[in-house]
Design a binder for this molecule. Structure first.
Ligand code: NDP
Length: 316
């Protein structure tokens, strides 16, 4: 990689990162994009993406990421399969360490490191990933229409996902580990007032059951009585939270208490001028490929404006 200061460094290779790259490259900024440890991001764990506008027949998640990468490269984005391991935003231009050894310098940085869905940690959820287990009801719920499903979690995401699924599925089991939900009152009310959502209180997931065709049920246990039961379901949705992939930025830029990067509303600007945050790393509410792509575009435009102003200042 070049030892010269980069105009734009993009960290992350989901829809947010690639969209930022497409815009920055087309603006002549010669962006460099570092993919991180999971090239393509969360969409590579999804088979069919049917809600991204422009694909009337849907698109395979990994294929979509390959297409986005090609589009970014076509306009001159330099892509490296490397991981940023440390950043120093206290000096300008910014200093970043790649793969623990290589140092790079950048005039602007677009953070697009995404988030990772939390899993329960039981082996069967890995066995059935993409065969009945999903961490995104809005993405995958449609494939389970007319079928019985379960959602695990008790926060706003779980409430929202259970409500969403209740419109597609005849029965939604909501598995809650305590005797109350963390979700906001209004979201809880919505869940409790929906006749086809059954809440299983004080209940934990023991095993997801199924065969080669996919999920057929889930065995749950009541953590107060020890009583076990099997729920017949074909879709199992995790909604126990996400973790933004922002650990390397801790202490360098402003974040909320759960690690989401704080941006100035309506922009992608962080508290450090020249550093922008796009996609799920700065979004705990929408978390969609299309919203990530949208903010990726904004990030590139914000960076472009920043660099142009710097250049104009240098001339005067
Ligand atoms: P939260 O961290 O708020 O909630 C996670 C839920 O999962 C908790 O109820 C927790 O249970 C449960 N949980 C965690 N681990 C396990 C486990 N191993 N087994 C069973 N249950 C588990 O995450 P959300 O994704 O729901 O929300 C994140 C943030 O995003 C919140 O601030 C939320 O308000 C916001 N949000 C807002 C939305 C909106 O406004 N429309 C929509 C979605 C999210 P316990 O309560 O027992 O700890």
């Amino acid at each position: 990689m070049s030892k010269e200061p980069l105009k734009v460094l993009i960290i992350g290779s989901g829809p947010a990162g690639y969209t930022a790259a497409i815009y920055a490259a087309r603006a002549g900024l010669k962006p460099v994009l570092l993919t991180g440890g999971e090239p393509g991001g969360q969409l590579t764990t999804t088979n069919d993406v049917e809600n991204f506008p422009g694909y009337p027949d849907g698109v395979n998640g990994p294929q979509m990421m390959v297409d986005l990468q090609k589009q970014a490269e076509r306009f001159g984005t330099e892509i490296h399969y490397k991981l940023v391991t440390a950043v120093d935003f206290s000096t300008y231009p910014f200093k970043l360490t790649v793969d623990g050894k290589e140092e790079i310098i950048a005039e602007s940085v677009i953070i697009a490191t995404g988030a990772t869905a939390k899993y329960l940690g039981i082996p069967s959820e890995k066995t059935f990933t993409n065969k009945g287990v999903s961490a995104c009801a809005v993405c995958d719920g449609y494939f389970y229409r007319g079928k019985q499903v379960a959602v695990v979690g008790a926060g706003d995401s779980a409430a929202e996902e259970a409500t969403y699924l209740s419109k597609l599925c005849p029965k939604v089991h909501l598995i809650v580990r305590r005797d109350e939900m963390r979700a906001s009152k209004i979201m809880q009310q919505r869940v409790l007032n929906t006749p086809n959502i059954e809440v299983h209180w004080n209940t934990e997931t023991e095993e997801i059951l199924g065969d080669d065709a996919g999920v057929r049920g889930v065995r749950v246990v009541n953590n107060k009585t020890g009583e076990k039961k099997e729920l017949a379901i074909e879709g199992f949705f995790l909604a126990i939270g996400h973790k933004p992939n922002t650990d390397i930025f801790k202490g360098q830029i402003d974040m909320d208490e759960t690690g989401y990067i704080i941006v100035k509303p309506g922009t992608t600007k962080t508290n450090i001028e020249g550093v922008y945050a796009v996609g799920d790393a700065a979004d705990k509410v929408y978390r969609q490929a299309i919203t990530a792509a949208g903010t990726g575009c904004m990030g590139a435009l914000d960076a472009e404006k920043f660099l142009a102003a710097k250049e104009a200042d240098a001339v005067h």
